[in-house]
Design a protein around this ligand. Structure first.
Ligand SMILES: [Zn+2]
Length: 102
């Protein structure tokens, strides 16, 4: 498996959409969320392990630093909690490929 970047982009967008609709009450990502999605995409495109690493947070040289890292963690924590609280809808949030995490 060597095309993780499109998958990661898709997952990030899904999580942002979920987060924004649940936390900001906006069906489409609001400006703040759009900006954080843009930043994530830029990190993913610039990653030197492009298409290789999964997931970003387990990367030894994670491109997400400072606020971007905090935002990503906040997003992932939120999505995880949401999936636990909404097991019937959790399926749509799962990655389309099995992660090859250690
Ligand atoms: Zn938002």
């Amino acid at each position: 498996m060597d095309n993780f970047t499109p998958v990661k982009k898709m997952m990030t967008e899904k999580m942002i959409r979920l987060y924004c609709s649940e936390c900001h009450g906006s069906p489409e990502p609001c400006d703040e969320c759009k900006e954080s999605l843009d930043r994530s995409f830029r990190h993913l495109d610039a990653c030197r392990f492009k298409d290789k690493g999964w997931p970003c947070v387990s990367c030894q040289e994670c491109c997400f630093k400072g606020k971007d890292y905090d935002d990503l963690m906040k997003l992932m924590t939120f999505a995880q909690k949401w999936m636990e609280e909404n097991p019937d809808k959790a399926e749509q949030m799962r990655p389309p490929v099995p992660p090859n995490a250690p």
